[in-house]
Ligand binder design. Structure first.
Ligand SMILES: [Zn+2]
Length: 220
């Protein structure tokens, strides 16, 4: 790779990562992830240029860090595969970064599996409480509550305060109609899910009641 090729790669890399930064700031995480993946092809050239002309040393690089962080959270396997292919094809990347990227990739893959499990559980039980979650997911070494908090920041899940804890649900399914049962008189009613998560006046007993969600077979 000659100097002008390295320069081109560095410019392309910087352009990608500037776009990824903007996307993250705007809450478009999936776009940021895709942009980081397209920066992979320029990562080696950028590193060579920075090492040669700026004497740069690397712990890790931003494109790779972004993929390791967001691919698991967004349940995307493909970016991790692309990263692995890049590491295999351009061994120099691993040689010139002081962090053990292969190990981080292994951790991200495990993280992805854990995130999948958590997401499936949230999909299967609307309005699950945070305590229930910990019980159902067992003692796996994954920070479930931390993941929920991050998903909440990314607006992928909703947390509705419930006593000292939260009820968790997937953001995109909030507009679904569900059945609920009055906690005072047992009367059933249907309402949009997000309304049932809060106290509603019961049509029968007229009390302000927190409705218990009833299981439903309906698919959205
Ligand atoms: Zn009632």
């Amino acid at each position: 790779m000659n100097k002008s090729e390295m320069e081109e790669h560095r410019e392309s890399y910087d352009a990608c990562m500037a776009q990824a930064d903007d996307a993250i700031r705007a809450g478009r995480h999936r776009e940021a992830l895709a942009t980081a993946v397209s920066a992979l092809q320029f990562t080696d050239g950028m590193m060579r240029h920075a090492a040669k002309y700026d004497n740069a040393q690397f712990d890790n690089v931003q494109s790779i860090e972004l993929i390791l962080r967001y691919a698991p959270l967004l349940l995307e396997q493909d970016p991790l595969k692309k990263l692995e292919e890049t590491l295999d094809a351009q061994r120099r990347i691993e040689r010139t970064t002081s962090e053990n990227i292969r190990q981080l990739l292994g951790a991200a893959t495990k993280n992805l599996a854990a995130c999948h499990r958590l997401w499936s559980l949230l999909e299967s039980i609307d309005g699950i409480s945070q305590e229930q979650l910990s019980g159902m997911l067992g003692k796996e070494p994954h920070d479930w509550i931390g993941t929920i908090a991050t998903w909440h920041q990314m607006q992928l899940v909703l947390r509705v305060p419930n006593g000292s804890s939260y009820r968790i649900s997937i953001a995109t399914r909030m507009d679904r109609e569900m059945r609920g049962k009055c906690s005072y008189c047992g009367a059933e009613r249907r309402a949009l899910y997000w309304k049932l998560l809060e106290s509603l006046e019961c049509a029968r007993c007229r009390k302000l009641s927190l409705f218990t969600l009833l299981p439903t077979d309906e698919r959205k």
